[in-house]
Design a protein around this ligand. Structure first.
Ligand code: FES
Ligand code: FES
Length: 241
């Protein structure tokens, strides 16, 4: 079934569309110069025209996809389950998931790795933090298929490493948790900080955990635990507040 023809560039637009032609006129074609007023008015019209054209192109791409046509090099997945291979904690895992599945759900529901917590499920609390290529990310906001080809480290994998183990031991020693829902995400964020900055100040820890919400208010204990895991003494940890 063929769909409606959509404009792909300004030449496809009707002569009276008022977009490209108007912009050209507004820029003063046929005059001897461009005035400041004319330039600003023209720039506004050009920006509006560009936005309109981009919208038309996006609509055109969507209509083509509906007809089963894809530009060269573009592959379509789903909507049903597809086989996806992920590298999780150094091991290859093959799962069958719908392309819309988040990394957090893939771990928790498909691999039974429930150490990663989902609290807000909308990128607001960072409870679901894990590492992708050693960078902390919110796994509730990342599609599992976008993790293909990257090294994913979860709280379960961190436990097996010496630095992860010492961070967790420090959290236990400082009793840096109450309900524990934020704790795996906090541990992942703080571990990522120490990889980047092995001797942080308290200010560094505060900054690194700024996106991690702890509704129980255990922040001072989390800061103390992280500094202890880093082997930073009280005097070294003084922040500049
Ligand atoms: S659960 Fe992912 S950011 Fe809150
Ligand atoms: S320990 Fe309860 S949210 Fe942090």
């Amino acid at each position: 079934m063929s769909g409606p023809k959509l404009p792909h560039d300004s030449s496809d637009l009707p002569q009276d569309s008022g977009v490209a032609q108007t912009a050209e006129n507004k820029l003063g074609k046929g005059t001897t110069g461009i005035t400041r007023r004319g330039f600003l008015k023209g720039a506004g019209v050009t920006a509006a025209g560009t936005a309109l054209l981009e919208g038309a192109r996006a609509f055109g791409r969507e209509a083509a996809a509906t007809r089963g046509e894809h530009p060269e090099g573009v592959r379509e997945f789903g909507p049903g389950p597809v086989a996806v291979t992920l590298q999780v904690n150094g091991k290859e895992r093959v799962i069958h998931i719908e392309p819309r599945t988040t990394l957090a759900d893939a771990l928790r529901l498909e691999m039974a790795m429930t150490g990663t917590k989902v609290v807000c499920d909308r990128g607001a609390c960072s409870a679901c933090t894990l590492l992708m290529d050693d960078i902390p990310i919110n796994s509730c906001m990342t599609l599992a298929i976008d993790a293909v080809g990257h090294q994913v480290t979860t709280i379960e994998g961190l436990t097996e490493s010496s630095e992860g183990h010492s961070m967790q031991a420090a959290f236990l020693k400082h009793d840096a948790m109450q309900c524990g829902f934020c704790t795996p995400g906090m541990v992942m964020t703080c571990s990522a900080l120490l990889k980047k900055n092995p001797k942080p100040t308290e200010d560094d820890v505060r900054l690194a955990t700024a996106g991690n919400l702890c509704r129980c208010g255990t922040y001072p204990r989390i800061f103390a635990a992280t500094l202890e895991a880093a082997g930073v003494s009280d005097s070294e940890s003084t922040h500049n507040a």
